[in-house]
Write a protein that binds this ligand. Structure first.
Ligand code: GLN
Length: 484
């Protein structure tokens, strides 16, 4: 069963070939037996999952089953799950079992999906290699000692290792797409506001967006159908109808206009990577699309603007972890200041502290105009680049990450180099646009991601393009050598 996609499992449940309880037991056994190889889970919720599975089987028997009913999946450990440990990869929250569900968790519960556990991640979603987690690094099933990407590295490794068919994830600057690229998966970050952020531990609120990691576009569409939608509990959630994202998957791509940003095929991208991405794009020409070069002239400013805006928002968001209300509290505080100081010093890791420092600095009086305001102006220009591009093309394509999976330890001493992992992904977060990564080739026997960026709320078109590509290629079916 574990080699099947989510849609195939849905079929197997529907025809009675298996039950959710059997599937969930198999999933839990596989996690228990093999996750030491990857460290992709922080928490495995055995009892809770089996209860949900039995409820799902009952719902099916009662004629109340939907496509996700009974399907085991993992939540990135950033989604609050009622009474289930939600650590955000941090010592600060290693004792936090939320009293409520995030909207995403609630929607998946309501759909009858079975949460088997919480996936490891970079601490507070800050990182590109899953090496900043308090719970240790995650290993990519594509090779011993390779990073799975980050920050949703646990979600990606768990799906690539075929421990679960799908996982939720979040993307603030690339954390769904870059791990998808490095692990050979389909990763979808929808339009900002498409999925509620309520109950997702905030990193940079104007950029954070939930999404999915799956094996293919059809599975992403099924997950999105359930996860998307207006939520009055999130003031940035957008009140727009949710289409059935599986409706358009088969549409013909004849006449589709694809733009290739010339800035994405520059020195930052090795010739081998560029060749794979170009080969993938030529498949689209065979499918009837037209391809032309476009320009996103402010691309080179995206990483710099992001590393002002994201830390600024993070420094404000993380001020709530004060050792008083919830989360880690130091032993024997001498006074209030000591309580704040030591709880935060002990609770946060190095990368998180670096971001809080940078963000506090950028927001401080005297520097606000020079850094934060300037970065916001750059953000506006980046958004305008995309608006201009989408007047000429329907989708933008290019690489997801500058290189395939790299070795653990390779970039940990060089934060700037680590930050550049997201050089191609950050701009769509700054603009709030939907974007995906799909497996599009191989370099050195490692997966290469093809990035697809769409216009606002054009997820259906992106999924259509991804699905048609997956019908004529088999990159998404390659199995990671160290998967089980
Ligand atoms: N790697 C980026 C960062 O560390 C993006 C992380 C994310 O998307 N959550 O900020």
């Amino acid at each position: 069963m574990h080699t099947r996609t989510l849609s195939e499992l849905a079929q197997a449940l529907q025809t009675g070939e298996t039950t959710s309880e059997a599937l969930t037991r198999e999933t839990l056994e596989r996690i228990r037996a093999h996750d030491d190889n990857y460290n992709s889970f922080v928490t495995v919720a055995e009892e809770r999952a089996l209860e949900q599975a039995r409820a799902a089987d009952q719902a099916r028997a009662d004629g109340n089953a939907g496509p996700l009913t009974g399907i085991p999946f993992a939540h990135k450990d950033i989604f609050c799950t009622e009474d289930l440990l939600t650590t955000c990869g941090s010592h600060m929250l290693d004792n936090f079992a939320p009293p409520y569900n995030s909207t995403v968790a609630q929607k998946l519960d309501d759909a009858g999906a079975v949460c088997v556990g919480k996936a490891n991640m970079d601490e507070f979603a800050m990182g590109s290699s899953n090496e900043t987690s308090y719970f240790g690094p995650v290993t990519n099933p594509w090779g011993e000692g390779l990073v799975p990407g980050g920050s949703s590295g646990g979600s990606a490794a768990a799906v690539a290792a075929r421990l679960v068919p799908a996982a939720t994830a979040t993307d603030t600057g690339g954390s769904i797409r870059q791990p998808a690229a490095l692990c050979g998966l389909t990763g979808l970050k929808p339009t900002y506001g498409r999925i509620s952020r309520y109950g997702i531990i905030a990193f940079a609120s104007s950029l954070d967006q939930a999404g999915t990691l799956t094996h293919d576009a059809r599975d992403a569409a099924l997950m999105l159908n359930t996860m998307a939608g207006f939520d009055p509990k999130d003031s940035t959630s957008l009140d727009r109808e949710v289409p059935d994202y599986t409706d358009n998957l088969e549409s013909d791509l004849g006449g589709l206009r694809i733009g290739l940003p010339k800035e994405y095929f520059s020195d930052t991208l090795s010739p081998e990577m560029a060749e794979q991405v170009r080969n993938a794009i030529s498949e689209y020409e065979k499918l009837g699309a037209t391809v032309k070069e476009i320009s996103l002239p402010h691309s080179h400013l995206a990483v710099a603007a992001y590393y002002v805006i994201a830390p600024a928002e993070a420094s404000a968001n993380l001020s709530r972890f004060d050792g008083v209300r919830y989360g880690h509290r130091c032993e024997n505080p001498q006074d209030l200041n000591d309580l704040y100081l030591r709880s935060r010093s002990e609770g946060f890791g190095e990368e998180v502290k670096r971001r809080i420092l940078v963000g506090t600095y950028a927001l401080s009086a005297g520097f606000f105009d020079a850094y934060y305001l300037k970065a916001q102006k750059v953000r506006r220009l980046i958004q305008q680049d995309f608006t201009d591009a989408f007047s000429e093309v329907d989708l933008i394509m290019g690489p997801t990450s500058p290189s395939p999976a790299f070795a653990q330890g390779d970039k940990t001493d060089d934060p700037i180099n680590m930050y550049l992992e997201d050089v191609f992904t950050i701009a769509s977060n700054l603009a709030g646009l939907p974007a995906m990564s799909i497996p599009g080739g191989m370099v050195n026997d490692l997966p290469v991601g093809l990035q697809i960026i769409g216009n606002y709320f054009d997820e259906a078109r992106m999924l259509n393009a991804a699905h048609r590509f997956q019908q004529v290629t088999d990159w998404h079916q390659q199995v990671a050598p160290n998967s089980v």
